[in-house]
Ligand binder design. Sequence first.
Ligand code: DOR
Ligand code: ZN
Length: 344
Amino acid sequence: MSQTITLRRPDDWHLHLRDGAMLKAVLPETTAHFARAIIMPNLVPPVVTSDQAQAYRERILNALPQGADFEPLMTLYLTEDTDPADVAAAHASGLIYAVKLYPAGATTNSASGVANFDNVRAVLEKMAEIGLPLCVHGEVTDAEIDIFDREAVFIDRVLDPIRRATPGLRVVMEHITTRNAVDYASAQDDTLGATITTHHLVINRNHILAGGIKPHYYCLPVAKREEHRLALRAAATSGDNRFFLGTDSAPHTDANKLLPCGCAGCFTAPNTLSILAQVFEEDGALDRLERFTSLNGPAFYGLLPNDATITLEKSGASYPDHIATEDGPVTVFDPGFDLHWKVL
Ligand code: DOR
Ligand code: ZN
């Protein structure tokens, strides 16, 4: 008899769904396995106001596959012009679950992000007052800082000062990639959480650069040295309630990835749970998988875990290497090993 594992239905605490034809094509890959997801607002133009978030939520609901049971948890994109009253109203109405901070220029569609943090002080204070989490893309953008150091420098120069200046502000360090981030998060109180992606548990920077450049492994923050990957694995599999899954599944067409200046992002929605089950099994932590995928995230966001469950069976899994969209194919993340666990 093959081995099975049953989990409360997982949530994805960091997801890019895009819009239009891409939204329609990628949404079923998430709703097949996940009950809820924190939806990133980095559209073009970005989702800045509550009206824009409301309209985007409706587009997502309209794109849901028939019978899907899925709740998009909306976010607003923080700009230096964001109105604290609009944020508070969007939170009070139950529309939004977080505000996203992109340092200006840090990543895909982040040009409208924050350059001068003094200009978002009033919004952050309002968020601390009402208990609304700030999701942070934690990389400095200074050209003179090495790309592999940008997360560690951000923690010292930006994140820690913001948290000290705004007591009580709930912060999610998004898609952490370094031992520095794990150590920082581990030393904080329960106002701090950290998401970890599937791909950063699997690849290090050699996978991107050794033996030929692999554009499908390029994402931001970029994968770091092996010692950092191992620190992320230890944090994810520890069961520590500060660490939870945010896939950062970020679809781009192959045409936009395979360019002299290709886009950042790994598309992991289809096979994330298979990969995670294997990672946790390898590390002797299958009994802690549910905390990472289904329990720690809701607890941080003050939500109940899902009542429904999903079951995975260890009987061999296969996934398409790409999914078709009207805009062209999107390559599915290749973990580089055969997958044993499949979602039933
Ligand atoms: O790799 C990434 N892709 N990192 C991000 O922060 C943004 C994302 C995207 O939107 O494509
Ligand atoms: Zn992201």
